[in-house]
Design a protein around this ligand. Structure first.
Ligand SMILES: CC(C)(COP(=O)(O)OP(=O)(O)OC[C@H]1O[C@@H](n2cnc3c(N)ncnc32)[C@H](O)[C@@H]1OP(=O)(O)O)[C@@H](O)C(=O)NCCC(=O)NCCS
Length: 177
């Protein structure tokens, strides 16, 4: 990879790029173990441009950080502030709902760069916890999160089209990170 990767706050004008990275990366990751029909149902409901625009615009709930190489958006992370778990006993928490790096740029520390920015942002907002849900078969992502010290604290259902999968819930206390 040539050039420096920059991380920037996504603006409403970035909605098409975010939608494209989301669709592409979700498809590359999950098509091998799902039907085409379920994939299309999920992509259409979760990564349409209109919805991306609404999510990016709602800045009190969401922060989207975009990884850009030159002019090319190559990954993003979505952080959410509008839901939490009793697990955190009223301590402030923030969720990483999606962290996506396009396949051809994976394993080159872009995920790490995005995660480091998430931790920095969470600390600047005085969050104590970062939490997330990850498909229980997504070994690569689970190992990636474990490297940071994330631990499993539960499970939840994840609907992909007509399929029902299971996510692990993972948490990281960032006070000492
Ligand atoms: C998961 C994902 C975000 C990781 O980003 P990445 O850019 O590929 O990972 P990085 O190169 O930044 O790796 C960071 C660290 O995790 C480690 N890591 C990554 N994959 C790993 C694996 N399969 N096993 C063990 N460690 C792994 C790396 O070795 C690296 O550790 P180091 O800094 O000590 O060398 C990325 O692969 C991705 O977008 N996957 C598809 C979408 C997805 O599954 N997203 C998460 C679920 S929402």
């Amino acid at each position: 990879m040539n050039g420096k990767v920059e991380i920037k706050n996504a603006t409403p004008g970035d909605a098409p790029s975010v939608a494209e990275i989301g669709r592409l990366t979700f498809y590359e990751t999950w098509r091998p173990v799902n039907t085409e029909e379920d994939m299309q149902l999920y992509l259409e409901s979760s990564f349409n441009e209109k919805q991306m625009l609404a999510e990016i615009t709602d800045q009190s709930a969401n922060t989207f950080l975009l990884a850009v190489l030159g002019d090319e958006p190559i990954g993003y992370v979505k952080m959410r502030r509008d839901r939490t778990y009793d697990e955190f006993k009223n301590e402030k928490s923030i969720e990483i709902e999606r962290i996506y790096v396009k396949k051809k740029f994976q394993d080159q520390k872009i995920g790490k760069l995005l995660m480091d920015h998430c931790i920095e942002l969470a600390k600047s907002e005085n969050s104590v916890w970062i939490w997330l849900g990850v498909n229980n078969e997504n070994v690569k992502a689970i190992e990636f999160y474990k490297k940071y010290g994330f631990e499993i604290f539960g499970t939840k259902k994840f609907i992909l089209g007509t399929a029902v999968d299971e996510d692990f819930l993972m948490k990281l206390n960032i006070e000492n990170v």
